[in-house]
Design a protein around this ligand. Structure first.
Ligand code: MG
Ligand code: ZN
Length: 194
């Protein structure tokens, strides 16, 4: 992939337990709960210039617990709640035993997003609540932020590599990521007239 001047950094964000509350095999819109701070976190990241790309393992499809249409209805409801702020949704429908290239911690979904968008991976982040999310960031060569919502608390104990950021939740992670950005250049004071 060629990085051009207008390449944008991306936030690759896990869905369940990170962007929304963890519900085992979520497939009914009535069970969907965004965190109270999700919209603010996404708004701030977009204002800082990031694309927002959801990358989610949805093996419930491979297990025939729900279908693609049910998952799509969840994604439509998330988009509606966030005023269309998500730039892309990528999901892996496969089972862990399928050996596909897209199931996290593999990076097939990130590769696919990079072919759909002009992404500067060097400035991109992966945010998630599971050890596999952190591993996905490592495998993609990008920085990771782990949140303590969802499986975060139990999975933070299983980590083999410490992510760049460990935060209470998505908003705290967003603020810390934004704080790492170089601040915009200060305007130079006008020279005093001779
Ligand atoms: Mg998750
Ligand atoms: Zn897959």
């Amino acid at each position: 992939m060629k990085i051009t001047a207008d390449a944008q950094p991306a936030i690759f964000v896990d869905r369940d337990g990170t962007l929304i509350e963890e519900v085992n095999f979520l497939c009914r819109v009535e069970d969907l709960r965004l965190f109270p701070y999700t919209a603010e976190a996404i708004e701030k990241l977009k204002a800082a210039g990031f694309l927002i790309i959801v990358v989610t393992n949805q093996s419930g499809i491979g297990r025939s617990i729900y279908d693609e249409a049910a998952m799509q209805s969840i994604h439509d409801a998330i988009q509606a709640a966030l005023a269309g702020a998500i730039d892309g949704f990528y999901h892996c429908p496969h089972l862990p035993c399928d050996g596909c290239e897209c199931r996290k911690p593999r990076i097939g979904m990130i590769d696919l997003a990079c072919s759909d968008f002009n992404i500067d991976l060097g400035r991109s982040w992966m945010i998630g609540d599971k050890a596999i999310d952190v591993e996905t960031g490592i495998n993609a060569g990008i920085k990771s932020a782990m949140v303590m919502t969802g499986y975060g608390r139990t999975h933070s104990a299983e980590l083999e590599t410490t992510p760049a950021i460990m935060s209470e939740n998505l908003l705290a992670a967003a603020l810390r990521i934004i704080a790492t950005l170089p601040s915009s250049p200060q305007p130079q004071p006008a020279e005093a007239a001779p």
